[in-house]
Design a protein around this ligand. Sequence first.
Ligand SMILES: Cc1cc2nc3c(=O)[nH]c(=O)nc-3n(C[C@H](O)[C@H](O)[C@H](O)COP(=O)(O)OP(=O)(O)OC[C@H]3O[C@@H](n4cnc5c(N)ncnc54)[C@H](O)[C@@H]3O)c2cc1C
Length: 388
Amino acid sequence: MNITFTEAQASIADNVGKVCSQFDDNYWSTCDRDARFPEEFVAALAKGGWLGITMPEAYGGSGLGVIEAAVMMHTIARGGGGQAAASSVHINLFGPHPIVVVGTDEQKQRMLPPIISGQHKVCFGVTEPNAGLDTTSIETFAEKVPGGYRVKGRKMWTSTAQEAHKIMLLARTKKKSEVNKRTDGLTLFFTDLDRSRVTVTRIPKMGRAAVDSNATFIDDLFIPDVDRIGEEGRGFHYLLHSLNPERILIAVEAVGLGQDAVNRAAKYAGERVVFGRPIGQNQGIAHPLAESWAYLESAYWLAMRAASLYDSGQPCGAEANAAKFLGGKAGFNAATQAMLTHGGMGYAKEFQIERLMRESMIARIAPVSEQMVLNFLAENVLDLPKSY
Ligand SMILES: Cc1cc2nc3c(=O)[nH]c(=O)nc-3n(C[C@H](O)[C@H](O)[C@H](O)COP(=O)(O)OP(=O)(O)OC[C@H]3O[C@@H](n4cnc5c(N)ncnc54)[C@H](O)[C@@H]3O)c2cc1C
């Protein structure tokens, strides 16, 4: 058993870290304050070829695995930009995965190179207001017409849709009442985000203001047949290809953010003197930070185990879900502890902790809630009866 990184994997962390170091706290707090997309950061990553890390080499990518993508996203999230930095590129990495797996050569040639170069930004339209986590109950409907589909519906929380050129969209092509299995009759499209037919309204939210999330209204959008990914009715199954990699990436992003918060807190605890000694000399301050380190580390390595299983073609659902669960909690607890370590200054924007803490909640909620992860583990690992 070998659970260390290869030289090539370690060099990904070094090189991505160098890109991140060009963007300081002031950059990220300004993006957060002004709700401004971190375009320069994304451009710097695209210039280094990082956006195609998991894409096939034949289309301009690096052809690497989820382990390498996880090393990259972990480095990005711990580099000071937290979830804002990670989310600005995250969807580009896992979102197009169904195109890689089931797209035609023509689609790969047309769709992948502009994503890799950063020319096309992608958003992901799955969640809906009336369905929530019950994805098979989505109502957005794509009606077959000559040459394509006419789509009507509503999506919720569509991140980066203010910036995106393309949308990966899940829609029903058969009503739920007309299919034998509820996971059938759903179809996946990758198409232009035609703003004459799609209205995107930003949702004011608690954190990660730099990367928008939106309520999306689709009003009679025409999608040509050539933008359908794979077979009609099989979209939900294709989406599953990208779910485990997404959970793994979210897990390591949550860990990276938490580690950044702990490192900042440890530095502060070593410098801040109260009662004539550094506050970090008090075990009430030191132990919770040490505990956070331990939880973050364990979540990280479970995520890497899941990535390793995925890359070697083995099932990794339990590990990927559990890593997302542990990473989300460990990141949130670490950010909370960093806030408490800073005392009043944790609440001041200057120290960045409040920004990280607000962002640390995201990984507990999305892309799947903690309750649904536990439902999955109870049913699939412990063989307990389904509860809903
Ligand atoms: C910042 C942010 C960005 C996002 N970006 C995107 C995006 O780009 N694209 C996209 O498609 N979606 C996106 N989402 C949506 C996200 O994936 C959903 O919010 C998440 O899946 C939870 O769904 P919901 O909000 O509809 O919760 P609901 O389904 O309404 O659930 C609410 C609560 O009830 C619990 N619950 C529901 N059913 C059960 C059950 N059977 N057993 C136990 N508990 C249950 C849930 O666990 C949860 O705690 C984003 C969300 C956020 C917050």
